[in-house]
Design a binder for this molecule. Structure first.
Ligand code: M6R
Length: 609
């Protein structure tokens, strides 16, 4: 999604803006631009394509300036082009604006402004902001911004620069993240923390409808009533290098390798080796609450939704509460049965996904209790929820989610075990057995990662595959869905996942001589059932690659290739199986020469609907 950086201070602002934008590249973008105040006027430079084009332009023709705003755009309204790139400026370029989000009433505003003689140079919704500010400006930028907020509808994070007030940059947000970085004789605006971490760790997370005025030496926050507010400064406790590649060829590979550690961290201070209970500090749900809940909804998008499916399985199994797992963009428009007897669990790595946030707001408005599972402290979803579990995976930069998914699974184990103990459907012995399995996971994950050559070799041999099918039953089916999503998003190979038992109801028609089928058999009770499905596809000519646990190698003669994962209880095996599929997708993408960390058409944080 789009990225924003704003700077005011003593440094060369183009350097700070370009550096900040480079740290936001992971969000996905198709053009980049900046506006700086230079010798009495605003200069705008913006280009379609990679940030490198803008960087090169600035290198060819540097601009001396210590204040400015920058943007990486991911096209929504209007194709990727120089003209549609941000910043957008009014006619004489005295006001420049960068915008993340969508202005919903832009067409009517555009028409109104055009009637008044304003000329538009782009197809974007964002350009109306620059002209509207021009119309409303009467010598005080903050007053004009406040007036504008009363007119525009939609979601936005904005950074604004004004030629007549070059001693400040102004920011505002509504349902799109914006943070303020507080430095020594310099201050920053950004849509995400990595953009400013090179310069400061002191961060303020803006609230909806607040306006921030950054000067070189001051940061003033005005609440929605324009009253000055003391900012609650947050100290970033992770390093900039946590968001760097650290010697790996791609962020995705680095993040796959970080999983033993991120899983350990997620368990830390929640599940204890010697104790028979779970500690979830920010979850205040009691046994009485659980008795009241008639239904649990788990709502999420993409990979987070796949983690939710595992969560549904676990909560129903351990706590015996009915759970429905829904895709957020479906849930929000289907008038779901939500009331005060509902618990709604929203899972989101970024905590900013527009559909998930809207689903959360809907559930809240209908009096549901809302619990967020997210990786980003202070994100919109974390702030809007009643209860929160942080995944503590550290920054995830690659668009393809890996460590966020496995830590979401860990949170699902912790939560379902906690609920199971509260409802007393999970005995202390069952709890202890599961807890011991979880504690062994980091070691087993390490083992899986260390033996990835076979997966790489398979990807090399089959890199020209046009279709790949994943099959499994129970938890293996949920992992198949995630494996298939991972593969298609980064390697662009067409892929589908099928519940193995569903094959004969349709998907088996696609199996032909040599079709690659990846079968998961980590669930002891379902082993023979899936084996029958393997025989079905084999007899139609499929080339079957199977993943099973140790001691299940009897199927070796039934399949074309077999990968053995370490022995673990059925309920935790998905964590190991999915890491094999992450690695396999990664190697397929590399072998096909794909842009692994930034797959085409995708963004890391989907803050628009
Ligand atoms: O930040 P979120 O977890 O809410 O993001 C949800 C999806 O956009 C995300 O999981 C997406 O499917 C990933 N690219 C998958 O790797």
């Amino acid at each position: 999604m789009c990225g924003i950086v704003g700077y005011i201070g003593y440094r060369q602002s183009t350097d700070v803006l370009l550096h900040g934008l480079s740290k936001l590249e992971y969000r996905g973008y198709d053009s980049a631009g900046l506006a700086v105040y230079h010798q009495g006027s605003i200069t705008v430079r913006k280009f379609k394509g990679r940030l490198q084009t803008l960087t090169q332009d600035i290198a060819n023709s540097p601009i001396e300036a210590t204040v400015g705003i920058g943007h990486t755009r991911w096209a929504t309204h209007g194709e990727p082009s120089d003209a549609n790139s941000h910043p957008h400026a009014n006619h004489h370029a005295t006001i420049a604006v960068v915008h993340n989000g969508i202005i919903e009433n832009y067409l009517e505003l555009r028409e109104m402004l055009m009637k008044e003689g304003y000329r538009f140079t782009s197809q974007t919704d964002s350009e109306v902001l620059a002209h509207l500010l021009d119309k409303l400006y009467e010598g005080n930028l903050v007053v004009a911004v406040r007036k504008m907020l009363k007119i525009i509808k939609g979601s936005y994070a904005l950074a604004i620069l004004c030629e007549k007030e070059p001693d400040k940059i102004v920011g505002v947000r509504k349902n799109s993240p914006l943070i303020v970085g507080l430095g020594e004789s310099e201050n920053f605006l950004a849509s995400d923390i990595p953009a400013i971490l090179n310069y400061t760790r002191n961060v303020y997370l803006m609230e909806n409808d607040e306006i921030v005025i950054c000067t070189q030496d001051n940061v003033t926050i005005l609440d929605e009533n324009d009253l000055e507010k003391q900012p609650d400064i947050f100290k970033v406790n992770w390093d900039a290098q946590d968001a760097e590649k650290g010697g790996y060829e791609h962020f995705m590979l680095k993040e796959i390798h970080e999983q033993p550690e991120s899983i350990r961290k997620t368990m830390l201070s929640r599940i204890f080796e010697e104790k028979d209970y779970v500690v979830l500090d920010d979850v205040k749900i009691t046994k009485e609450d659980l008795d009241r809940f008639q239904k649990v909804y788990i709502v999420a998008c993409g990979t987070a939704y796949h983690a939710g499916l595992v969560g549904k399985y676990l909560i129903e199994k351990y706590a015996r509460i009915p759970v429905e797992c829904d895709i957020a963009s479906e849930f929000r428009y289907r008038n779901p049965l939500v009331d005060k007897c509902t618990l709604c669990i929203v899972i989101s790595q970024s905590g900013e996904t527009a559909d998930s946030l809207a689903a959360l707001e809907l559930a809240k408005a209908q009096s549901a209790r809302v619990l967020a599972v997210t990786n980003v402290q202070g994100s919109s979803i974390a702030r809007a929820a009643h209860d929160v579990i942080y995944t503590w995976a550290g920054p995830e930069i690659a668009v393809a989610s890996t460590k966020a998914y496995t830590t979401q699974l860990l949170c699902m184990y912790a939560l379902s075990m906690h609920f199971g103990l509260l409802t007393q459907h999970l005995s202390k012995q069952q709890y202890a057995a599961l807890r011991d399995e979880l504690f062994d996971l980091p070691r087993l994950v390490q083992q899986v990662i260390a033996t990835d050559e076979g997966l790489h070799a398979l990807a090399k041999r089959r890199k020209n595959a046009e279709d790949i099918y994943f099959i499994g039953r129970g938890l293996d089916y949920y992992v198949s869905l995630e494996g298939s999503l991972k593969l298609k998003e980064i390697s662009y190979i067409h892929s589908e996942a099928a519940a193995a038992g569903e094959l004969k109801h349709g998907p088996i028609a696609l199996i032909d001589q040599g079709t690659l089928v990846i079968a998961l058999l980590t669930q002891d009770e379902l082993f023979n059932k899936t084996l029958s499905n393997i025989k079905e596809v084999k007899s139609r000519g499929a080339y079957v690659v199977a993943f099973c646990k140790e001691n299940a190698e009897i199927i070796r003669k039934e399949v074309d290739e077999l990968f053995v994962i370490p022995k673990a209880a059925d309920d935790v095996a998905p964590v190991l199986a999915v890491i094999c599929l992450q690695l396999l997708s990664y190697y397929f993408a590399c072998e096909r020469g794909c842009d692994v960390d930034k797959p085409r058409n995708l963004a890391k944080s989907v803050t628009v609907e």
